[in-house]
Ligand binder design. Structure first.
Ligand code: FE2
Ligand code: FE2
Length: 276
C-alpha cells in the first residue's frame, strides 16, 4: 500500500478532476489516465469472457455478489475487533469519498437516453437527500466525521489518503466523462449500489459495538442502496431499449469497481491496524 505523497499521480489526478478544466489540465488528466486506467481496463477486457445478453449480465453480477456476501477477514476485523481509533482511521481514509459523495456521477447524465437518465437521477436525488441538506449522504458523513473529531475540510485529507482510495475516487471521473461507452459506468454503479447493503453491515456493526451514534451514513446505505440497485438495473434496461447494449462492458465495469473498492477497503483496514 502506498500513502499518496505530494508527488502521487493519483492524488494530482483527483485534484485535476475537481478543478476548472483548462486545456493544459485536461491534457494532464488524459496522460495520467493513459498510464493508469486505460491499461487496467484493457487487461480486464483481455481476460474477461464475453457476456452475451443482459440476462447473462444479471446472472454474472448475482454470482459475484454471492461470492462477496460472506465478507473478508478485513471486514470481519473492522466489524468485531477494531478499536475506536482504528475505526476512525478507516473513516478518515474514505473522507474524500464521503465529503464529495455522488458529485462525480453527474457528467454521465447527458450521455444517457432520457429514460435511463430518469433512473440515474432518482439515485442522485436520494444521494442529495431529496434536496434536504440534513439527509444528503455527504452531510451524514460530516456528522460521523464530527463525532470522531475529524476535520470537515476536504483539503485536510489530501495528504492522508492512500493511492488505493484515490484510484477508487478517480475511476468515476473517467467512467462518466472519458470512458468510450456508458456501459462501463452503468455496470460499475450497478455493482456498487448492489454490493453496499451487504458490505456496509460491517461498519453498522462496528458503530453499534463502539457506541458511535452517527453511524446513519452506513445504515442509510444498507436501506436505500437496495432501491438504487433496482434503479440501476432499470437504467440498463432503458439503455438497452434505446440503444444496442454491450453487456460485456457492463460486466467489465462491475469487475473494475469490485477490484478497486475491495483493494481500497483492504488497504484502509491494514493501514488502520498498522497506525493505531
Ligand atoms: Fe450514497
Ligand atoms: Fe446509493
Amino acid at each position: 500500500m502506498r500513502i499518496a505523497t505530494t508527488d502521487s499521480v493519483l492524488k494530482s489526478l483527483f485534484i485535476h478532476n475537481r478543478s476548472l478544466p483548462t486545456a493544459e489540465r485536461y491534457t494532464q488528466i488524459e496522460q495520467i489516465e493513459r498510464d493508469w486506467i486505460i491499461p487496467k481496463v484493457a487487461a480486464l477486457t483481455a481476460r474477461t469472457p464475453m457476456i452475451g445478453s443482459r440476462a447473462q449480465w444479471v446472472a454474472a453480477l448475482e454470482e459475484l455478489l454471492a461470492s462477496e456476501q460472506e465478507g473478508t477477514p478485513a471486514g470481519h476485523y473492522l466489524a468485531e475487533k477494531a478499536s475506536r481509533a482504528q475505526f476512525t482511521l478507516v473513516v478518515r481514509e474514505f473522507a474524500l469519498d464521503g465529503l464529495t459523495e455522488a458529485q462525480n456521477f453527474f457528467p454521465i447524465i447527458p450521455r444517457l437516453p432520457i429514460r435511463a437518465q430518469m433512473a440515474v437521477m432518482r439515485v442522485l436525488i436520494d444521494e442529495f437527500g431529496c434536496g434536504n441538506l440534513q439527509q444528503t449522504h455527504s452531510q451524514l458523513y460530516r456528522n460521523l466525521l464530527t463525532e470522531l473529531e475529524l476535520p470537515l475540510d476536504l483539503n485536510r485529507y489530501l495528504d492522508h489518503t492512500s493511492d488505493e482510495t484515490y484510484a477508487f475516487l478517480n475511476v468515476f471521473y473517467w467512467l462518466t466523462q472519458r470512458a468510450p461507452d456508458v456501459e462501463y459506468f452503468l455496470g460499475a454503479l450497478a455493482y456498487l449500489e448492489a454490493s453496499i447493503p451487504a458490505a456496509f453491515t460491517v461498519q453498522v456493526r462496528a458503530c453499534e459495538r463502539l457506541g458511535i451514534t452517527h453511524g446513519r451514513y452506513y445504515s442509510e446505505h444498507v436501506h436505500i442502496d437496495d432501491f438504487h440497485r433496482k434503479e440501476m438495473q432499470l437504467a440498463i434496461r432503458e439503455y438497452e431499449a434505446a440503444h444496442a447494449l454491450d453487456p460485456t462492458k457492463l460486466w467489465i465495469g462491475a469487475l473494475l469497481l469490485s477490484e478497486l473498492i475491495g483493494t481500497a477497503f483492504e488497504a484502509a483496514v491494514r493501514r488502520a491496524r498498522e497506525e493505531a
